[in-house]
Design a protein around this ligand. Sequence first.
Ligand SMILES: [Zn+2]
Length: 70
Amino acid sequence: MKVCDLCEGQSTKSRNSKPHENLIKVDEARIFKGKNPRGFEEQDYLCMECESKFTQSTDKNDLPWTLWRG
Ligand SMILES: [Zn+2]
């Protein structure tokens, strides 16, 4: 399925931005405690419009919004 405009926009958004209106949370946030003592979180989202999947990460070394393209 084609990625909708909202998802295309979301993939370029900053770390602090909110998920767009058609994104719903999938499962609970995953908390990583690795080398960084403060750890970071990942949260999966699914778009109800185009069924794209996103992962939002608070890891500074990762993309804030990763769009998983089929
Ligand atoms: Zn979408």
